[in-house]
Write a protein that binds this ligand. Structure first.
Ligand code: NAD
Length: 275
């Protein structure tokens, strides 16, 4: 059974990577996708592709860190369709580097987009869905929202926030008909690794180090996310590696902290971290 057919699904950050793959897969399964991205060129191209393939799509350019813009987009969608079935809060950015080299902007920009971007979506969509009596909010965190990594401190902060927010909202929505899930992918090869700001990190070497973590394509990731949505999972953890890491972290958080420290030292020795 295809639960997405005829449904209205908003996807933020749909101009690239996981968001793009989610939009294409949902449109393929018969959903009307309402897609947006801060990058006008990217979202236009994704929108044209979906329309050319016969999908139903509405596209706009928007910055998720701007509450008024997010509010307007969600209210316009509800006004046009009379309902919102799914909100995928997917847009995200990263800054990589040693914590001691981060400026306040390196903390703030990531938290503004990754955490406040999600807060803005839920602040508007959650009450709206409670009012409808149905709906599913899917917030993209990361495996770094369950297990910390030293090279992305503001990213880890934002993603732990997204997991906590999603779990709290899931409980709040349980008796009101609203479902909430946190998506926690491991390594997915997308533009985030070429676009993100790096401080004292060798980009090529860091991509090679990530590639050792046996990731999956954004298309496979989107399929895995939608399977988790169909099953209404609280945590949708994507890639086998991420699931093993999460399991080990629950078994022994101290062991994982030590293991991540060993890796951090290794990254310094291998010249991935340039200091
Ligand atoms: P991506 O860079 O391919 O796509 C992210 C999209 O978000 C881009 O099109 C970008 O323009 C858009 N975006 C950035 N800032 C925005 C803003 N302020 N407002 C609206 N749109 C904005 O990256 P991706 O890997 O597909 O990332 C999607 C989500 O998945 C992110 O939340 C990311 O943190 C998360 N994630 C990715 C991985 C991975 O390995 N790629 C792993 C775990 C979690």
């Amino acid at each position: 059974m295809n639960i997405f057919n005829g449904k209205v699904a908003i996807i933020t950050g749909a101009g690239s990577g996981i968001g793009k793959a989610l939009a294409e897969e949902l449109a393929c399964r018969g959903a009307h996708v309402v897609i947006n991205d801060i990058n006008a060129e990217r979202i236009r191209s994704v929108s044209e592709g979906i329309a050319a393939a016969g999908g139903a799509v509405t596209a706009s350019t928007l910055d998720v860190s701007n509450y008024d813009a997010v509010k307007k987009m969600i209210e316009d969608t509800a006004g046009a369709h009379g309902r919102i079935d799914y909100l995928f809060n997917n847009a995200g950015i990263a800054v990589g580097g040693p914590a001691e080299d981060f400026s306040i902007d390196d903390w703030r920009t990531v938290i503004d987009v990754n955490l406040y971007g999600v807060v803005h979506g839920v602040a508007v969509a959650f009450p709206l869905m409670v009012n409808q009596g149905f709906g599913h909010i899917i917030n993209t965190a990361s495996i770094e929202g369950l297990v910390p990594v030293a090279t992305n401190p503001s990213y880890v902060t934002s993603k732990y926030g997204v997991v906590g927010l999603s779990n709290a909202l899931r409980i709040a929505g349980a008796d009101l008909g609203v479902r909430v899930s946190a998506v926690c992918p491991g390594f997915i090869k997308t533009a985030i690794f070429t676009d993100s700001k790096l401080i004292n990190i060798d980009r090529q070497k860091s991509i090679e180090a990530m590639e050792r973590l046996s990731g999956v394509t954004p298309e496979q990731c989107a399929k895995d996310i939608l399977r988790g949505v169909e099953r209404n999972q609280a945590f949708i953890v994507v890639t086998a590696f991420a699931r093993i890491l999460w399991w080990l972290h629950r078994l022994s958080p101290d062991y994982i902290l030590w293991r991540v420290l060993v890796d951090y030292r290794k990254l310094k020795k291998e010249g991935v971290i340039l200091k």
